[in-house]
Design a protein around this ligand. Structure first.
Ligand code: NDP
Ligand code: BG6
Length: 538
């Protein structure tokens, strides 16, 4: 797959070759290149570069909040530490709390991973940081912020990035104020938006309409951080860069597809937020559906972001909305023998969760794709909190071998794409048992990243995605029509749950989830044998 960054020839989108090039040019020649670059950034979103040494300001709205301290500032620091950002980038925090940069630094420090020899660089990073306290609804405060930003935009060109790490309640007013008072006049403006993108089809469409009145689709970057994960990005390459898989990727060969997300912890006393959303909105409607569309879409005409997203939308359009018969819903209860306090607390024991909550913390949904490639193949999405392990994976299970000559011994092949932890891709297959015997056994072709790519440091999902925004690549961001299709599929089910309040099936904290979910897999052509034994390499 064409990697926007690979064009530098050094595997990073750090713009260094671009910078170096521009530095050697002077006067009109340099300006011509600048204009060409700006024009191409504005017109196409392929994002093959960023604008080298020009000033960039990165504004974090909601800078005092949880997401900012746990994800955004640490990511900005890692990108800065690894010299991946344009050299003249300044960082602005904006929030209501009155904080100094030092206080902000203290809040973020526990999440920033600073090695002992990086201390100097770390201080350098914070010296590029500024903080402005202001309200979310006062135009004057945004005008003052804009004045601060302008001070750093020396020269003819300057670009602005706005990261909205904000609660939905202030989202609309903040975006209006950005549009009216904070848009930079000397270069591009890009707005990064975090979920939730509404809570059903209507609210999401209202939000999309609101945003589309303020910004163009090219200026909007809707983050689904699963699209920044190595193995999710690898799906395109695995599928379309290997003749071995492509011809079998269809209803003639595949029995079922299982896409799983598991977390081994519960709400940890912060269920108040979760309870309003539930696991379907939190993980399934976005992360798992995004993975599904990359697994199921047709081959795009090119690797251009819009060609890819056109195919993703097309496959989503082939799916019927889910009904109650397609799903298994669960909610975890305390494990009396749990090893820690969290596991001895059920979901309803969380003091921030209403005692009669029926919000699912586990969900399995069987999705059907009504097109020529996938007709009749169940795509099973499963996700849950407080389960037995942390895991995200895609499992393509192939059909039984037709015309079996081995007395029913062959087990189905599986291609497993392990997203996390421990990125891996393995094919479960049958082999003759080594030795004198003519028996057979299950084994695997195994590409474990930890072995094959020992010294490669895989970037965090947010690192890739924020860098993509600098580069103007929308390939790994959600387009508004994808979003509206995703809500079309899930809204009737979500409304049914809210209206009818079906009782979720209880499962014990630390278990694999409700037994009914395994039954549903079984009914949908996913076979579990329980006989496969993996021998990890030492
Ligand atoms: P298995 O056949 O053991 O499991 C297959 C699937 O069945 C999984 O989704 C599994 O977990 C599910 N399952 C487990 N128990 C049941 C049950 N009682 N009823 C129904 N379904 C069940 O094969 P795996 O591919 O999972 O491999 C086994 C182990 O080996 C895994 O930990 C895997 O990560 C590891 N492995 C790692 C490799 C690597 O890193 N390179 C290569 C090969 C294997 P669940 O439903 O709980 O998600
Ligand atoms: C978020 C969900 O989008 O993804 C969280 O809101 C979940 O509930 C998280 O824990 C999982 O992300 P990751 O990258 O840790 O798998």
């Amino acid at each position: 797959m064409a990697n926007p960054g690979a064009k530098n020839g050094n595997g990073h989108r750090n713009g260094s070759s671009n910078n170096g090039y521009l530095e050697t040019l002077e006067g009109e020649e340099a300006l011509a290149i600048i204009r060409r670059n700006l024009k191409s950034s504005a017109m196409d979103s392929e994002g093959t570069h960023f604008d080298g040494n020009f000033p960039h300001v990165f504004v974090v709205f909601g800078a005092s909040g949880d997401l900012a301290k746990k994800k955004i500032y640490p990511t900005l620091w890692w990108l800065y530490r690894d010299n991946l950002l344009p050299s003249a980038t300044k960082f602005f925090g904006y929030a209501r709390s009155k904080l100094s940069v030092d206080e902000l630094k203290e809040k973020c420090r526990p999440y920033m991973k600073v090695e002992s020899d990086q201390q100097e660089k770390f201080e350098e990073f914070w010296a590029l940081n500024y903080y402005v306290a202001g309200s979310y609804d006062g135009r004057r405060d945004f005008e003052l912020l804009n004045q601060e930003l302008c001070k750093f935009e020396v020269g003819k060109v300057a670009n602005r990035l706005f990261y909205l790490a904000l609660p939905p309640s202030v989202f609309e007013t903040v975006t209006v104020h950005i549009r009216n008072t904070c848009m930079g006049q000397k270069g591009w403006n890009r707005v990064i938006v975090e979920k939730p993108f509404g809570r059903d089809a209507d609210s999401s469409n209202a939000l999309s309409n609101h945003l589309s009145k303020l910004f163009t689709e090219e200026q909007l970057y809707r983050i689904d951080h699963y699209l920044g994960k190595e193995m999710v990005q690898n799906l395109m390459t695995i599928r379309f860069g290997n003749q071995i898989f492509s011809p079998t990727w269809n209803r003639n060969n595949v029995a079922s597809v299982l896409i799983t997300f598991k977390e081994p912890f519960g709400t940890q006393g912060r269920g108040g937020y979760f309870d309003d959303f539930g696991i379907i909105r939190d993980v399934m409607q976005n992360h798992l559906l995004q993975i599904l569309s990359l697994v199921a879409m047709e081959k795009p005409a090119t690797c251009h972001p819009d060609d890819i997203r056109n195919e993703k939308v097309k496959v989503l359009k082939s799916m019927e909305p889910l009904t109650k018969d397609d799903v298994v819903l669960g909610q975890y209860v305390a494990n009396p023998n749990g090893q820690d306090q969290d596991s001895r607390m059920g979901y309803l024991d969380d003091p921030t969760v209403p005692k009669d909550s029926v919000t699912p913390t586990y969900a399995l949904a069987v999705v059907k794709i009504n097109n020529e490639r996938w007709d009749g193949v169940p795509f099973i999405l499963r996700c849950g909190k407080a389960l037995n392990e942390r895991k995200a994976e895609v499992r393509i299970q192939y059909q039984d071998v037709p015309g079996d000559i081995f007395d029913g011994k062959p087990k189905r092949n599986e291609l497993v794409i392990r997203v996390q932890p421990g990125e891996a891709l393995y094919v479960k297959m049958m082999t003759k048992s080594p030795g004198i015997t003519f028996d057979m056994e299950e084994t695997e072709l195994d590409l474990t990243y930890g072995h094959r790519y020992k010294d490669v440091k895989l970037p965090d999902a947010y690192e890739r995605l924020i860098l993509d925004v600098f580069c103007g690549s929308q390939m790994h961001f959600v387009r508004s029509d994808e979003l509206s299709e995703a809500w079309r599929i899930f809204t009737p089910l979500l409304h049914y749950i809210e209206r009818e309040r079906p009782e979720p099936i209880k499962y014990v904290y630390g278990s694999r989830g409700p037994k009914e979910a395994d039954r549903k897999c079984d009914e949908n052509n996913f076979k579990y044998y329980g006989s496969y034994k993996w021998q990890p390499k030492l």
